[in-house]
Ligand binder design. Sequence first.
Ligand code: GA4
Length: 334
Amino acid sequence: MVVASPAPLRSKKARAAGIPVIDLSLERSKLCELLVKACQEFGVFQVENHGVSRKIISRVEREGQEFFSKPACEKQGAGPAAPFGYGSKNIGFNGDKGELEYIIMEANPHSISERSKSISPAHPENFSCAVNDYIDAVRNLACDILEMVAQGLWVQDKSIFSNLIRDPNSDSCFRINHYPSLLNLDDWIKYPSSQLMFDHPKTRIGFGEHSDPQILTILHSNNVGGLQILSPDGLWIPIQPDSDKFCVFVGDAFQAMSNGRFVSVRHRAVANPMKARMSVMYFAAPAPNACISPIPEMVSCENPCLYRPFTWAEYKATAYSLRLADNRLDLFRN
Ligand code: GA4
């Protein structure tokens, strides 16, 4: 059965209650339905009972912490992020800045083992094993989610989305962001802790407003708040941090393939003035030469093709030529 895509809900009411939390241990047909609903109403959701082991997550977090606790000159040895490597405060190539430091790398074993030599010169294999195991686990999670979404859309080929990221040439990438605490002892004395987050002059943007260009983002963070999504009425809604869950974002390429039925939600991270926040992200992307266009099942007379076909390489080059907050997908509208 082919279902023409109805108008997405994306109502204010839908957002007011917070983003959906989807229990991946539920029965499959129910899950498919919930995942589609979340992709179209919110463009973001959290998953629990996801099956990724705590050990895999903790190992990668420990490696991240170890790296970020090194002296600046040592970290610089893994930089600059152009676009892969270590970066501090500068984001992209067009003047965007944020209160963070990060490492980004291509999510394939060869690039990871090369990068590990400059990130963890003393024990590169510890770093690369931790990252490779983590990527394998979250790639499987992303593929499961994509296959259930395809099933929920009644698309004939259930692997239509997951095949793009299982492709050995997939351009997926891996990132660890570290948002240091911005406080010193004087601030603790001056500001009552409940007010600190809102009133403190040092509350700053960690990573500015943007949508993710890829298909799907799988994000894990420690239990420190800071991640926010932009609601349809222009309000920033905080996402409850929970290290037992993953947060999943629809990316621009998924919005295009769903012919605008799914929404690549705009989000940002504010630096928490009290506590350091660390997030680990896997950005699931197609191969550079993959062609992205609305899938036939999402196109009908009532829902004509919203986007022209483009390659992932073309889209990525456009993203890097623009500012973080620019709406790049609009440039590909018919
Ligand atoms: C946002 C999602 C990923 O973190 C990222 C980012 C990339 C970067 O930080 O170098 C970009 C940003 C992200 C979107 C537009 C371009 C590219 C910075 C920027 C200004 C790694 C990605 O793929 O796109």
